[in-house]
Design a protein around this ligand. Structure first.
Ligand code: NAD
Length: 261
């Protein structure tokens, strides 16, 4: 538990399921008030907000498309109107789909870039403006991926978006550090969520993924949420502009294990 988080306000995009849902739950456990953003999954988002309120927390579910300025404004408005301000903004929403690059339509490219990269820009911009206006030491956490570092054939739009998130986060961390705003990314490896449920349901695909993870297990959303809570808290007060890999060692070039190469 991080006692400094109690009473603070967070927005978590894409919070109805997967990693975003675990982050919403963890921040509510830390006694933060949480705006849980959903895109289409209203029932799950509202159910989560109800559960968190019953458990003594504070949460509200808000529909918004993170790729639109109106959507992001609606989330900021909700934080201000329901909870009186904003302290932590988590840009978690994301999407992926497998397409060989030579067959990728412009629409497919734009969809992924719009949610995964433009959505992060819009969310960060709204949060920074709020922090500057209220002279607040704000905190922004962006969900990247091991694919901000590792190329991923047939997911070129996804890898490009996450590579973009890396340098965007580093740039704004530098740009606003003197004004007390911290910005960090989290790079999950393979985490058990709806985004890859189909893949991990196939024992062969699950095994081939496991072979790429030195720790030899698929990650849980709660393990990513723990990293988010730490980055949100003052325990990480000297950390900005970094990417925290939560990947069981996936980004450590496991082919080199046992001195190969
Ligand atoms: P998920 O599919 O369970 O959740 C993604 C969420 O984003 C969903 O709630 C979805 O509704 C939301 N979303 C998509 N488009 C949106 C839009 N336009 N507006 C608002 N919300 C939108 O997937 P997840 O695994 O929980 O992914 C969360 C984040 O973590 C993503 O950014 C993803 O790229 C990243 N990530 C996940 C893994 C993994 O293995 N699961 C690995 C690396 C990075």
């Amino acid at each position: 538990m991080y006692s400094d988080l109690a009473g603070k306000v967070a927005v978590v995009t894409g919070g109805s399921k997967g990693i975003g849902n675990a982050i919403s739950r963890r921040l509510a456990e830390e006694k933060m008030a949480v705006v849980i953003n959903y895109h289409s999954d209203r029932e799950q988002a509202e159910q989560t907000a109800e559960e968190l309120k019953k458990a003594g927390g504070d949460a509200v579910a808000i529909q918004a498309d993170v790729g639109s300025e109106q959507g992001i404004q609606a989330l900021l408005d909700a934080a201000e109107q329901h909870f009186g301000g904003l302290d932590v903004w988590v840009n978690n929403a994301g999407m992926e789909n497998r397409v060989p690059t030579h067959e990728m339509s412009l629409k497919e490219w734009e969809q992924v870039i719009n949610v995964n990269l433009t959505g992060v820009f819009l969310g960060a911009r709204a949060a920074i403006n709020h922090f500057l206006k209220h002279q607040k030491k704000g905190n922004i956490i962006n969900m990247s991926s091991v694919h901000e570092r590792i190329p991923w054939p047939t997911f070129a739009h996804y890898a490009a978006s996450k590579g973009g998130v890396k340098l965007f986060s580093e740039t704004i961390a530098l740009e606003y550090a003197k004004r007390g705003i911290r910005v960090n990314s989290i790079a999950p490896g393979a985490i058990e969520t709806p985004i890859n449920a189909e893949k991990f349901a196939d024992p062969q695909q699950r095994q081939s993924t496991l072979e790429m993870i030195p720790i030899n297990s698929i990650g849980k959303p709660e393990e990513v949420a723990a990293a988010a809570a730490w980055l949100a808290s003052s325990e990480s007060s000297y950390v900005t502009g970094t990417t925290l890999f939560v990947d069981g060692g996936m980004s450590l070039y496991s082919e080199f294990e046992e001195g190969k190469g």
